[in-house]
Design a protein around this ligand. Structure first.
Ligand SMILES: Cc1ncc(C[n+]2csc(CCOP(=O)(O)OP(=O)(O)O)c2C)c(N)n1
Ligand SMILES: [Mg+2]
Length: 371
């Protein structure tokens, strides 16, 4: 599925601003940003791409069990993440590394998860409401909808104050739209007019299944049958991602109900480090999307506004330092005690778990102290 007249784009693939009815509506959101905020968009896209490369290397070197790459999807993630407010709750899938960083998560937690040294990686209560990665496809869209319904019940949304009113955003993929959970989330969100924005990153593949198999119609049209307005954006345009998400999150927090944003983007790499995309897709398709790279076009635009080499060199250096620091701290992650698997299962002591824990301790001890 490629761009049509309905696709909101503010920044063209050659890095110039687009003139259209849609851009007239959304560009004011961009004009309100400072130069420093625009630099932050670029900084985060570049740093996370370098992080992704380093994590891929770590997996190949045997330091991670698995890696889930995000290269190509930086604009969709960075723009939408900056559109959220601190009081919002974010429910990610498993590829939202840029969103995690922008919400203040230490991304070494993501690597710890994929190194198998933690069950969660971070505490959402201490991470600006960035909830845990969810590998069960689509299930977290229900959690997000439930959280949004709770906001209505506890009165933390739609009080007429955008500075404090909450909303929820959940990220999911094109493949996830085929899951019953996502349809159920749409039903509940619509029925209860829950303040939730469904942010669909259509990266055109669900492992080896193309989006053309998942849906006969553009996915942004899917939600209208549930009573949820949908909009399609160029997901490789960080400005469109920011402006359209801000508009829709603010509508949700103002009590106008749920929304769907379909961001057209592309998974440039493999599905995970266990996948070989050369088995099922053509190089020509990858080249088509390479020409629409989110970082290149944004850099072109920033340069046209007068940003110079000094800034881009500084960001490149920061990305190198970030990757080196992440590598160092990942290699230093300690193997947790096996007791950990019994903690946090229940909030109170539980006799069956206590018995299992004791059994494991005895079993471990049976190997002697050298084991
Ligand atoms: C309920 C469920 N079914 C199947 C899987 C196996 N699985 C993992 S990722 C994936 C594809 C998801 O594709 P999409 O929603 O487009 O997200 P993307 O990986 O492209 O970001 C599948 C089928 C799973 N994790 N959970
Ligand atoms: Mg996908």
């Amino acid at each position: 599925m490629s761009y049509t007249a309905a696709t909101v784009q503010l920044l063209s693939q050659d890095g110039t601003l687009v003139e259209s009815d849609a851009s007239a509506e959304y560009l004011p959101y961009i004009e309100a940003l400072s130069d420093e905020q625009l630099r932050e968009f670029h900084r985060n896209m570049v740093v996370i791409r370098r992080f992704d490369e380093e994590a891929t290397n770590l997996q190949r070197q045997g330091e991670l069990g698995l890696w889930v790459p995000s290269t190509g999807q930086e604009a969709a993630q960075v723009g939408s993440a900056f559109a959220a407010r601190p009081q919002d709750h974010i429910f990610p899938a498993y590829r939202e590394h840029a969103v995690a960083r922008i919400r203040g998560v230490d991304v070494v937690g993501i690597l710890a998860l994929l190194r198998g040294t933690t069950h969660g990686g971070w505490n959402p209560d201490l991470s600006n409401n960035f909830h845990l990665y969810t590998l069960v496809i689509g299930s977290h869209t229900l959690h997000a909808t439930g959280r949004a319904m709770a906001m209505t019940l506890d009165g933390t949304t739609a009080k007429g104050n955008p500075e404090t009113d909450g909303a929820v955003m959940t990220y999911f993929g094109d493949g996830a739209t085929s899951q019953g959970d996502v349809s159920e989330a749409f039903v509940f969100a619509a029925s209860y007019q829950a303040p939730v924005v469904f942010f669909l990153q259509n990266n055109h593949w669900a492992i080896s299944v193309p989006v053309s198999t998942q849906s006969r119609t553009p996915l942004y049209l899917r939600s209208s049958g549930f009573g949820i307005p949908g909009i399609q954006i160029d997901g490789n345009d960080v400005l469109a991602s920011f402006a359209v998400t801000k508009h829709n999150l603010d509508a949700a927090r103002a009590g106008e109900g749920p929304r769907l944003i379909e961001a057209l983007t592309y998974r440039m790499g493999a599905h995970t480090s266990s996948d070989d995309p050369t088995k099922y897709r053509l190089d020509s398709e990858v080249e088509y999307w390479l020409a629409r790279d989110p970082i290149t076009r944004f850099e072109t635009w920033l340069r046209s506004r007068g940003e110079g080499d000094a800034f881009f060199s500084e960001v490149a250096e920061e990305a190198e330092d970030f990757a080196a620091d992440v590598r160092k701290r990942t290699l230093a992650l300690e193997v947790p005690s096996t007791d950990l698997m019994f903690d946090h299962v229940y909030s109170e002591p539980h006799p069956v778990l206590a018995a299992q824990k004791q059994w494991l301790e005895q079993y471990d001890a049976s190997f002697g102290s050298d084991s």
